[in-house]
Design a protein around this ligand. Structure first.
Ligand code: AMP
Ligand code: TRP
Length: 328
């Protein structure tokens, strides 16, 4: 079975967009790949964090991943900082990354160009740590969003450089960027992606939204004046977005939903979409509350980090021997 690895950096609360665009895919990947999934908490602190808030976000993210169907029996799930080998290989990777390479990384460059001040050294060298996160497990595939592809490519370059210099050590991973991936749009401006930065407006549904609040957000979603339920993302982006959400969550093809609502007004259609979304959120939230109350998060992390550490330790030792810092 091929191995797949991904790191999740929880920045704030997870949204319906995250669920449809990322979480649901992970759950499906479990059927075909050996999955290694970790919460990248060291990456979180490359920008300032409020400790209590960070702690809550980390725990919520794990509980929500489990609630959405990530299965600790089949996948290895852990917290990055619990496997200290990441940071150690991260430093070794950093010593083998050219500053020119880090200067080209768009995430850091963008922040610099925007004139953000007091950027940390950790943020600058984060791609080297990410390379270590990946290479230490020899994965075949790394599923990432478009913005992270450049970092996986750096990991490949570093792996090739290491292998050239010290002999075969690392597998070269393939980034897996969804090409036909679902893009869930904002409910209040369906030409924009639904995102957590929408905070405060009605465009974004959070997985932990109160169910009535979520329903109201769907009912007040921006539509159009065509008065016809049809899938036409260019001319009817709002209605098409709702169709897409309903179809992904219910499994009913878009065509069939369109047919069912061809003689209905937007009010009835939205109510049906809201029913489907609320039912899904309700299911996730019920499991989430059980998981938080049961201490399952702590248990999963304990077992996951033990499994991961076995692989990571062996690899780190091999690297240290090859590069000459290990003398035993
Ligand atoms: P982010 O929350 O932007 O860091 O994204 C985390 C993951 O969720 C990435 O794989 C994104 O592609 C996915 N994602 C975030 N927002 C959406 C959205 N509105 N529609 C589809 N996928 C999304
Ligand atoms: N940098 C990724 C993000 O911001 C998270 C991440 C850290 C990651 N290490 C990784 C993703 C290794 C894939 C593989 O979303």
């Amino acid at each position: 079975m091929k191995r797949m690895l991904s790191g999740i950096k929880p920045s704030g609360q997870l949204t319906l967009g995250n669920y449809i665009g990322a979480l649901k895919n992970f759950v499906n990947y479990q059927n075909d790949y050996e999955m290694i999934v970790f919460i990248a908490n060291l990456h979180c602190i490359t920008v300032p964090q409020e400790p209590a808030e960070l702690r809550k976000n980390l725990k919520d993210a794990i509980a929500l991943y489990l609630a959405c169907g990530l299965d600790p029996e089949r996948s290895t799930i852990f917290l990055q900082s619990d496997v200290m080998e990441h940071a150690q290989l991260g430093f070794i990777m950093c010593c083998n990354t050219y500053m020119g390479e880090l200067n080209r990384m768009t995430q850091f460059k963008d922040k610099q160009v925007k004139g953000e001040t007091n950027l940390s050294g950790g943020l600058y060298t984060y791609p080297s740590l990410m390379a270590a996160d990946i290479l230490i497990y020899d994965p075949d595939y790394v599923p990432v969003g478009e913005d992270q592809k450049q970092h996986v490519e750096l990991a490949r370059d570093l792996a090739a450089r290491f292998n050239n210099r010290y002999g075969e050590i690392f597998k070269l991973p393939e980034p897996l960027v969804p090409t036909v991936g679902k893009r869930i749009m904002s409910l209040s401006d369906p030409t924009k992606k639904m995102s957590k930065s929408d905070k405060g407006d009605k465009g974004c549904i959070y997985l932990l939204d109160d169910l009535n609040v979520a329903r109201k957000k769907i009912m007040s979603a921006v539509t159009d004046n065509f008065a016809k339920v049809a899938f036409d993302p260019i001319n009817q982006p709002g209605v098409s977005n709702l169709l897409e959400i309903m179809s992904v969550l219910s499994g009913e093809p878009i065509d069939s939903i369109v047919k069912r609502f061809e003689n209905s007004g937007y009010g009835d259609f939205k109510k049906a979409v809201a029913d489907v979304v609320v039912a899904e959120l309700d299911k996730i939230q019920t499991r989430y509350r059980d998981i938080i109350a049961s201490g399952e998060v702590e248990r999963v992390l304990q077992e996951g980090s033990e499994k991961a550490r076995k692989i990571a330790y062996k690899k780190l030792m091999k690297v240290q021997k090859k590069i000459g810092i290990e003398i035993r």
